[in-house]
Design a protein around this ligand. Sequence first.
Ligand code: ADP
Length: 374
Amino acid sequence: MVIGILGGGQLARMIIEETGKFGFRYKILSDIQDSPAGQICSAQVIGRFTDYDALKKFADGCSIITLENEFIDKKYVEYLESLNIKVLPGSAVVGMIQDKLMQKNKLRDIGIPVPAFGMTETKEDIEKFARRFGYPLILKSRTMGYDGKGNFKIDNKDQIKEAFDTLKGRGKLLCEEFVDFTRELAVQAVKSTHGEIKIYPVVESIQKDHICNIVKVQKNFDKNLTGKINLIAEKVLNGINYTGVLGIELFELKNGDVIVNELAPRVHNTGHYTTEGCYVSQFENHIRAILGMPLGSVEMKHDAAVMINIIGDRNGKASPEGFDELLRDKNAFMHIYGKEETRKGRKMGHITVTGDELSAVLLKAKELHSKIKI
Ligand code: ADP
């Protein structure tokens, strides 16, 4: 069985690491040599997602194809499907999610609460949106946004021109009300080809410079909130006809309500803790789901877990060090993605710490993380 993955980043690498034990072989399509997944994968095609020849070569011999990012234009996913290979999640859902405006329209249509939003083609559209919903607001690129790149917060009328001029080169735009959230929460929801659904515990994600930095999760998380979020997650999975692991990012509001910020049609950074924190990781359950295998338990093994990303703080050759203390601890785990070059803001690895009490686990994770250099 050869499973194709579009993309060769750390998410593909962790899928391969977690499920190689089932005896599957993997083939990736990556535009760079020596990608994190390419280093550990049995077959790869080096080429662009936009190159039909490369796509064809990649698809050749794959029993099924999945993806590790949403930046492949829908039409190329359709092309792979036209070769009679199952792609999961498929082109319809990927196409909808990769356009933030279509995604928000769909979520609203299926009854999921989202921030107020509006299509934006001109500077006047931004002014109109501001008259209705006030400042601050966020101008967003509809496609290809990640880690906050593609977002511009507008605090007053004077910033409209700068925001519009900065983002207009990135394609179509949308406006969103600025949500004064109390916490950013996230959940990984998974649905198999047989319709079996499992939802991982709700996590809190703490962002730094628009990048997910720390993820905290505990078994005894607010039951009421978990109930609300599980309902949302299930409604989304069914409403968009999804198969595989879906990352759902949410905002918690002051009045206790939750609204959806965005979806990711893939395994998600806020679910990296599941590798050691849960009985079956998001990576394994994603593959089980698309292959129609029974889903594994999403229950946590311990009462608490914390994941901290290892993010580059300089530009140059990567040289991971400072793991000795972590490696001596039976409840602490390191993941380095094998990227040759570190860069400011680049995700280079992560650590996960598990334990009985969240604040103690968080303290330990921060302490161990502070020793690490890359
Ligand atoms: P990306 O697709 O680049 O990950 P997001 O739209 O998720 O971008 O935004 C990145 C971060 O910006 C979010 O995690 C959140 O902190 C902040 N953000 C995004 N949308 C809003 C909003 N409407 N109101 C307040 N903050 C927001």
